[in-house]
Design a protein around this ligand. Structure first.
Ligand code: G3P
Ligand code: MG
Length: 242
């Protein structure tokens, strides 16, 4: 089972910063999950919320800032004073950081509130330029966005994010060619994983932070878990395989 660091090693460092990603890489995770938006001038930037208020010293929506304005914000001190000076990274900054690794990259398109026209093309062009299409999964709660991405590049792997306990999600995934289901972990059952695998569809639940939930995901034989606690996940995985 793959351990995918949610927003980087977000329990130890400010989420979605190079500090959090670097820490996860150093720890030895299998993959990184992170969220992307478009700035006013079309830069693909990494941040969870549509607004910068919670995780930086600025105020306002990402779509209303130019990259030049965004790069000046402090994205670290809200978490702990020692992270002062961390910045909102661009997608290209992170891709440079992980270019020499074999990490799985789960790029979540945050197109469910603002559609950010053109973001699919930009992200795909960038992962193509870095030669890492085969180790990327593009996920989103906006499945129209995923369909747009597959239409641009049919071999691209996409992950359908969802929160409800859906009826036969494996059949739904097949309707638009999603390579993976990314469910909220409470709805995961061994049957879901079995049915998905039978169709060649991966299952990567989120956000699995408690050992008891990690154990349930391991028992259900999911492909990967998205977690804020890769250290706990590694320990649970080791204990389970003993
Ligand atoms: O990709 C899994 C998870 O990140 C989805 O929810 O809100 O944390 O981006 P959120
Ligand atoms: Mg996310």
């Amino acid at each position: 089972m793959k351990i995918i660091a949610h927003r980087g090693f977000s329990s130890r460092a400010p989420e979605n910063t190079l500090a959090a990603f670097g820490m996860a890489v150093e720890f030895g995770v299998d993959g990184l999950e992170f969220d992307v938006h478009l700035s006013k001038d079309g830069e693909v930037v990494i941040c969870h919320d549509e607004a910068v208020d919670r995780t930086t010293d600025g105020e306002g929506l990402i779509k209303d800032f130019t990259w030049e304005e965004l790069r000046r914000l402090d994205a670290g001190s809200w978490f702990e004073p020692r992270f002062v000076g961390e910045r909102i990274p661009r997608l290209s900054d992170l891709l440079e950081l992980v270019a020499g690794t074999r990490l799985l990259l789960n790029i979540e398109l945050k197109t469910n509130i603002f559609p950010y026209p053109g973001i699919e093309e930009k992200v795909i062009q960038m992962v193509k330029n870095f030669g890492i299409v085969n180790r990327c999964i593009i996920s989103s709660f906006n499945h129209h966005s995923l369909l747009r991405a597959i239409t641009i590049l049919p071999e691209l792997k996409t992950g359908a994010l969802y929160e409800a306990d859906l009826f036969k999600p494996w059949e739904y995934a097949e309707t638009f060619g999603a390579a993976a289901l990314h469910p909220e972990h409470h709805s995961v059952t061994p049957e879901l994983v079995r049915e998905a695998r039978h169709r060649g569809i991966m299952v990567n639940p989120w956000t699995v932070n408690e050992p008891v939930h990690m154990e349930r995901m391991i028992a259900a034989a999911v492909d990967g878990i998205i977690t804020n606690y890769p250290d706990v996940a590694k320990q649970v995985l080791q204990n389970t395989s003993r």
